[in-house]
Design a protein around this ligand. Structure first.
Ligand SMILES: [Fe+2]
Length: 385
């Protein structure tokens, strides 16, 4: 018997090479006349600002630009952006970039329409009413933020990351154009792509997975493991970039519906306390968390191994499941990501404190296929050291 389930995501998804050029048609359909464009600072400097201005200008739009977004954004940025959107009388918000820009854009749209403060909307279901219409345009194949109901920020005052989760954060349109990912350098291509792999594997093995989310997650695992190496080492390969973007979209849909698991809980304090980039923090923890989780979801991890190209036919189930860890470690190595927790300046004596914070990131832990206590978290950090 199936458990009852629901499935959700962005209201509309448009995918394809060159679809960015049709942005103004979508604005017209959504009746947005004065959009705010929220963009990563670095991305704006690499010519995306002009590209966006050009496309919007052709449709007669003069957008309000907010390009102050840094990786791992502070929550105050969302208030600042919302202030500008209200002052500029914006009636829609476009997020262009990685997870930081899209999360900021989603929060800005909610704050601008509801007139509150970002900190009031942290947690689950604390945004009172729908925000301004939103369009999310990813330039990395990673976060999946274009289809999720989450926006995550750093709280410098508390030295931690915190998220807003609300159905009002689901974007109205996810516009995915693989051409926009062609110029992403190898290192962020690798770490954002491996973050997407985390979303796929975690959502697939989540206790909240449904037949629909599993279908998305599993396809994502396959697409990512078949194409990430090519994207890292031959970034201009549009066919591989297209499949990676599709993989990260599917992984985002898996994550939006089944949730993530312990990798994301344990990586939160690495971002909050040590400023480690989200994708990198997750990558470093993924093999150790998988090793811990395998006894809780042996069949599923065997399927993960197979989806990643391992030949598991004649192997006992347990061995097949552990092949998934080998496949992930090989992919990480082939993408030239060699860091461990040591490289972030973390000391072993810090593990209990990290584990304390990780235990407060409760929702992903509840999804974990194996029960996890503080002592287990400390052991996992040791495994990733
Ligand atoms: Fe993530």
């Amino acid at each position: 018997m199936l458990k009852p389930f629901s499935f959700t995501g962005a209201k509309k998804i448009v995918f394809g090479s060159g679809v960015f050029d049709q942005l103004t048609n979508h604005l017209a359909e959504m009746k947005v006349t004065r959009p705010m464009v929220v963009m990563d600072r670095m991305l704006a400097q690499t010519g995306f600002k002009d590209k966006a201005a050009d496309v919007l200008g052709r449709g007669g739009h003069k957008p309000v630009l907010f390009d102050d977004v840094d990786p791992e954004p502070r929550i105050e940025l969302a208030d600042k952006g919302a202030g500008l959107a209200v002052k500029g009388k914006c009636d829609g918000v476009i997020g262009i970039g990685g997870g930081s820009a899209m999360d900021c854009a989603k929060a800005i749209a909610a704050i601008a329409a509801n007139k509150g403060k970002a900190v009031d909307y942290l947690g689950l279901n604390n945004i009172p009413a729908p925000g301004l219409p939103t369009i999310m345009i990813p330039t990395t194949a990673g976060t999946g933020s274009e289809v999720t109901f989450t926006a995550v920020f750093i709280r410098k005052d508390l030295k931690k990351k915190e998220g807003m989760n609300s159905p009002y954060l689901y974007p109205d349109l996810a516009l995915l154009d693989p051409q926009l990912t062609l110029t992403l350098p190898p290192k962020p291509t690798a770490t954002t792509g491996l973050d997407a792999l985390c979303h796929a594997i975690e959502s697939y093995t989540s206790v909240n997975a449904s037949p629909m989310s599993e279908m998305m997650s599993l396809e994502a695992i396959q697409l990512i493991s078949e194409n990430l190496r090519t994207c890292v080492h031959d970034g201009s390969n549009l066919a591989a970039r297209e499949k990676m973007l599709l993989g990260s979209l599917y992984a985002g849909l898996g994550l939006a519906n089944a949730g993530v698991t312990a990798v994301h809980s344990l990586s939160y304090p690495l971002g909050g306390m040590y400023g480690v980039a989200h994708g990198l923090a997750n990558t470093v923890l993924l093999p150790a968390v998988m090793m811990y989780n395998i006894p809780g979801a042996m069949e599923k991890f065997a399927v993960v191994a197979e989806a990643m190209g391992e030949i598991v036919d004649d192997l006992p189930l347990r061995e097949a499941a552990y092949m998934a860890v080998e496949a992930v470690e090989a992919l990480i190595e082939d993408c030239d990501v060699y860091e461990s927790l040591k490289d972030f300046g973390i000391k072993e004596k810090d593990f209990p404190r990290l584990a304390d914070v990780a235990m407060t990131v409760a929702r992903p832990l509840q999804n974990n296929p194996r029960k996890i206590a503080k002592e287990d978290a400390v052991e996992i950090y040791k495994g990733a050291y």
